[in-house]
Design a protein around this ligand. Structure first.
Ligand code: CO
Length: 210
């Protein structure tokens, strides 16, 4: 059996098990999804949203990209965000980074990664904003991990800078924004930054005609 054939076999076993536990399981899920959370996480295979939060299918709406970025020209992210906020009416948006993130590490080098450079440049911008603090740290691993935390914070603030989030804050007092960092070494999630719905940000980024 090839590696991918194993996936299909495991899928069959999983589906059978679910139906044994609850014969209406798939019928119910296929009719409706009402997740309370939008998860914006890293594509890293070691950080699966549902598994590390003990949640089931139907509970978290998920978007993942390299280094869990909220880039305002990313149509993919904006579509997920708009759908989650305006149609699914999620109450919470979680940006979850992780220590030892390869995307963050790559952005701290001067290596030419080709087309990937364009994505990493967004992380370099976060480094530039917090350069003074990060450069005071001597240990390379600690340096990376601090940028992981600050990047999560900046991405949460990028969410707050969208008209999608600001409009929902004004009219529906949701969603609350959370910045978390997952530890690959211990499996523990550390909350590092929060923005309650309605939090004021730099007036430069606040829309006054929502
Ligand atoms: Co990563």
């Amino acid at each position: 059996m090839t590696s991918y054939e194993r996936l299909l076999l495991e899928n069959k076993a999983w589906a059978d098990e679910k139906v044994v536990e609850d014969k209406n399981y798939f019928k119910r899920l296929s009719e409706l999804q009402t997740p309370e959370f939008l998860w914006i996480g890293c594509s890293d295979s070691r950080v699966p949203a549902n598994e590390i939060t003990g949640t089931s299918p139907g509970e978290i709406f998920v978007h993942r990209n390299v280094a869990n970025m909220v880039v305002h020209t990313d149509l993919n992210l904006l579509t997920v965000l708009d759908y989650a906020v305006n149609y699914l009416k999620v109450k919470h948006i979680i940006v979850c980074g992780h220590y030892g993130c390869g995307g963050i590490k790559a952005s701290m080098t001067n290596h030419n990664f080709g087309i990937i450079n364009k994505w990493l440049r967004n992380i370099k911008d976060v480094y530039r904003i917090h350069r003074e603090e990060i450069n005071q740290i001597r240990d390379e691993e600690e340096k990376t991990d601090r940028l992981v935390e600050l990047n999560v914070q900046e991405q949460v603030m990028n969410l707050a800078k969208t008209s999608i989030v600001q409009k929902a804050w004004l009219h529906e007092q949701r969603p609350h924004l959370h910045g978390w960092v997952y530890g690959l070494k211990d499996g523990i999630i550390k909350p590092v930054f929060e923005m309650e719905a309605g939090t004021h940000l730099d007036p430069l980024y606040e829309f006054d005609d929502l």
